[in-house]
Design a protein around this ligand. Structure first.
Ligand SMILES: Cc1cc2nc3c(=O)[nH]c(=O)nc-3n(C[C@H](O)[C@H](O)[C@H](O)COP(=O)(O)O)c2cc1C
Length: 196
């Protein structure tokens, strides 16, 4: 992912360990990361990880200057415009609210606007959806988004590599997210191959 431009949206859904790990892996890969958390995401980040989102963001962008964080309503951010050619976007975790807003192209915060840009520019958009159970409305929104070219990737780890820790389960979802964006990952093995 070195040199790729990758947008990351973080929404107010459970699953902040996925968001944190995804951002760290992308940062360490040398990618240029354009990240934005919704206002609902920040308190959930603190409650699930025990760290203020802003403190995490400051530390990561200091360690990896290729990672930049933008405000939720900063429509002048590069990823708000189709003329800025980012390679792919993941929204991780993706709430049902953001899912519905991207399905209806509201563009009313930077996460939704960047998701809308990814779809209209025919770039890879991966929605790491987190809700259970799903209503018919959630499912219909997922169909609309899939028809529009997005990948709906439920935050749904598997157990077939005999994962023994929460971190390994988190890595499973992050690895699938990176693959769905079209990049190689080496967090987990591929079925039928030995992990290197
Ligand atoms: C602790 C907590 C956990 C939540 N988990 C989820 C969730 O897993 N999925 C979901 O769709 N909404 C969840 N919500 C509700 C969303 O945060 C809420 O709908 C919010 O408006 C989403 O805004 P956003 O999509 O702009 O981030 C949760 C709320 C709280 C307070």
């Amino acid at each position: 992912m070195n040199g790729k431009k990758i947008a990351v949206g973080i929404c107010g859904a459970s699953g902040m360990p996925y968001a944190k790990r995804l951002l760290e892996v992308l940062a360490e890969s040398g990618a240029f990361v354009y990240a934005v958390a919704s206002s609902a995401a920040k308190p959930i980040f603190k409650s699930e990880l025990g760290v203020e989102f802003q403190d995490f963001a400051n530390a990561l962008s200091k360690k990896c200057p290729s990672v930049k964080f933008f405000d939720d309503f900063d429509f002048s951010a590069p990823i708000a415009s189709g003329s800025f050619c980012f390679d792919a976007m993941a929204i991780c975790p993706c709430s049902m609210k953001t899912l519905s807003r991207i399905a209806t192209a509201t563009g009313d915060n930077l996460v939704c606007r960047a998701g809308d840009v990814a779809l209209k520019e025919r770039r890879r958009l991966v929605l790491v959806a987190r809700e259970t159970p799903l209503s018919l409305i959630h499912l219909r929104n997922m169909v609309s988004l899939t028809e529009a070219g997005a990948t709906v990737l439920p935050a749904c780890p598997a157990f077939y590599f005999k994962e023994s820790s929460v971190n390994e389960l988190v890595d499973f979802v992050v690895a699938r997210t990176i693959s769905a964006m079209g990049f190689r990952q080496n967090l987990t093995a591929q079925w039928g191959e030995k992990h290197q």
